[in-house]
Design a protein around this ligand. Structure first.
Ligand code: HAS
Length: 551
């Protein structure tokens, strides 16, 4: 079924505002990335940024919060607004509710940004206590999360209305997958909501004196791990259902795509202890349970790899592609939106394999807290996810604004530079990690650097420089597109790419379109994997650590 629906001008503006905030955050946050890389290479510019930016750690916190939290959350809520409206081919049921959600997110962002910029919240993006930030930072983060929930409720009302009017009809994939992502996020963020509301906020306001850092970490990673799938699933929506159309093909299997999303719903949350393998307060048996569940979430990712590549191959063969692997060359590599997503997917193979190394307990003891970990997440969130979001923006922004993408060749160069820069950068971090270099450390200032790290530190600086050029190119292309005076003609209007499935989705099993069993499965698994430990840690709560300002 091809979709001919179009968003109204106000809906386009609404989605566009989400993207504007997201891209602004990316633009600002990404500036600090190369500064960290340059510091490693011995070109420390932080002393010159005073009094604006006080330290490496303030820069690192801004980088992590703006890129990992703000760029992603705003882009995703905007994109899911699009997939809900466009997928269901109907306006939001309560657009004002969604507007309230967005306003809450923006107010929260401003509230968190003030202490961040004033160096009052230099606690990195994981904000582990006992490092203590200004209360406005915690309040701001809470408002961003609550605002995204409110937007999610708007999607649910819209979906419920659609379902009422279309009983028995298979839900359109992009709307289904977007709403599922939001449901997962709403359950996942309960951890951080409890952490902030019961501990960090009252503590920072002076209502309680001390916190329990172990319990806080458990709450945090209840959210922190599924957070990575909240970033990834919108990219998967594009890979499963949009990229195939962009390459001239069809979605290889609607059923497999749905199954993968259901598995992510069930499996994303109950595995946070793989971030806490070294925490003394979590018993080994529970670390083992979470390790097993971590390896099970590998399956939907491999299903994704096979299904998406099958769709790409189908598309490439429609364009005359032949051979066992030569068909790859028949993909539209000149289209920047396609190329950047393919390159992001290729990097994700390596990020995923690194993730499996992290998840293996014995290896984790070697890798944890080394630069290997940022090496891993620059291939996942900063490559697969960010490159896909950039690729989406290369068609979505022209669609929303009615403007032509400015200089597609520049956008193509941007894609390849990000790819090359990330290979250089993440390779150096992975190797440095294996050599024992600690993460979150201004290595240039460390007195213990062995000579064998030097060439890799320089490599990190080089990668950072290439990524910096790519980021600037991205911003230039987007700003020039939005501000261009030239409107497209009717025949040049972008039609959002939504692929048809090879087989009619109506023939796929009905249980792949039923929410109850999967929601129950998710809840049961969370209770099994987290219930006993949460009970144990809460009943033995040790509020014994005062706050520290280590910056
Ligand atoms: Fe991770 C730490 C384990 C995936 C992000 N991870 C992190 C942190 C972040 C992060 C931000 O077990 C650091 C947190 C912090 O600050 O402390 N991660 C995994 C595992 C996976 C995984 C097992 N991570 C992700 C994704 C992320 C992300 C996705 C962001 C989006 N991670 C860990 C562990 C740690 C960790 C431990 C803790 C480390 C420590 O000690 O602190 C798996 O889900 C990965 C499975 C994925 C694959 C790849 C499949 C390949 C596909 C590509 C298809 C290709 C296409 C292109 C479409 C096996 C789907 C084709 C192109 C053509 C041209 C044909």
């Amino acid at each position: 079924m091809s979709i001919s629906y179009s968003l109204s001008p106000s809906e386009k503006r609404f989605v566009g505002w989400h993207l504007a905030v997201a891209i602004f955050a990316l633009g600002l946050g990404t500036l600090f990335g190369p500064l960290q890389a340059f510091e490693h290479a011995g070109w420390d510019v932080y002393p010159f940024l005073k009094p604006l930016i006080q330290s490496y750690y303030q820069g690192l916190t801004l980088h992590g919060v703006l890129n990992a939290l703000v760029w992603t959350t705003f882009f995703i809520t905007g994109f899911l607004t699009f997939t809900t409206i466009y997928g269901l081919q109907r306006p939001l049921k309560y657009p004002k509710l969604n507007l309230v959600g967005f306003i809450l997110m923006v107010v929260g962002l401003v509230a968190a940004a003030i202490p961040l910029l004033l160096n009052e919240a230099t606690v990195l993006y994981t904000f582990y206590p006992p490092m203590k930030a200004h209360w406005a930072f915690y309040l701001g983060l809470t408002l961003v999360v609550v605002g995204s929930w409110v937007e999610g409720w708007g999607f649910y009302f819209t979906f419920a209305q659609w379902r009422k009017e279309n009983p028995g009809v298979r839900s359109p994939f992009i709307a289904f997958a977007g709403i599922l992502t939001m449901v997962m996020w709403q359950f996942a963020t309960l951890g951080v909501a409890v952490e902030i509301l019961t501990m960090l906020l009252p503590w920072s306001l002076g209502l309680i004196e001390n916190v329990d850092p172990q319990l806080a970490r458990t709450y945090f990673w209840f959210t922190g791990h599924p957070l990575v799938y909240f970033w990834l699933l919108p990219a998967y929506i594009s890979w499963y259902a949009m990229l195939p159309k962009q390459v001239g093909g069809k979605m290889f299997s609607d059923s497999l795509a749905r199954l993968a999303f259901w598995l992510f719903l069930v499996l994303s949350i109950p595995l946070g202890f793989h971030h806490q393998y070294v925490d003394p307060g979590v018993p080994a048996a529970w670390k083992f349970v979470h390790a097993v569940l971590t390896f099970s979430v590998f399956f939907p990712s491999m299903m994704t790899a096979f299904t998406v590549i099958a769709s790409l191959e189908h598309g490439a063969r429609q364009n005359g592609g032949t051979g066992l692997l030569r068909w790859v060359l028949a993909l539209p590599w000149k289209d920047p939106s396609v190329a950047i997503q393919l390159l992001g997917g290729l990097l994700f193979f390596f990020g995923g394999i690194g993730g499996l190394a992290n998840a293996s307990y014995n290896l984790n003891l070697v890798l944890h807290n080394t630069t290997w970990v940022p090496g891993h997440f620059h291939l996942t969130v900063a490559s697969a996810v960010t490159m896909t979001f950039m690729g989406i923006s290369y068609w979505l922004i022209p669609y929303l604004t009615g403007k032509k993408l400015w200089r597609p060749n520049w956008a193509l160069a941007q894609a390849w530079l990000w790819f090359i820069g990330m290979i250089v950068f993440s390779n150096s971090l992975h190797i440095l990690g294996l050599l024992g270099a600690p993460r979150r450390t201004p290595l240039n200032a460390a007195p213990y650097i062995p000579p064998e790290w030097n060439s890799r530190l320089l490599q990190a600086g080089l990668g950072g420089a290439i990524l910096f050029v790519s980021a600037i190119l991205y911003l230039v292309v987007i700003i020039a597109t939005v501000t261009s005076k030239v409107k497209v003609t009717a025949s040049e209007q972008v039609v959002p790419p939504v692929a048809e499935a090879l087989q009619d989705p109506a023939t796929s099993p009905a249980w792949l379109d039923r929410w109850t069993p999967w929601l129950v499965g998710m809840a049961v698994l969370i209770v099994i994997a987290y219930g006993p430990q949460l009970y144990e840690q809460i009943s033995n709560i040790a509020l014994n650590s005062p706050g520290f300002r280590v910056w």
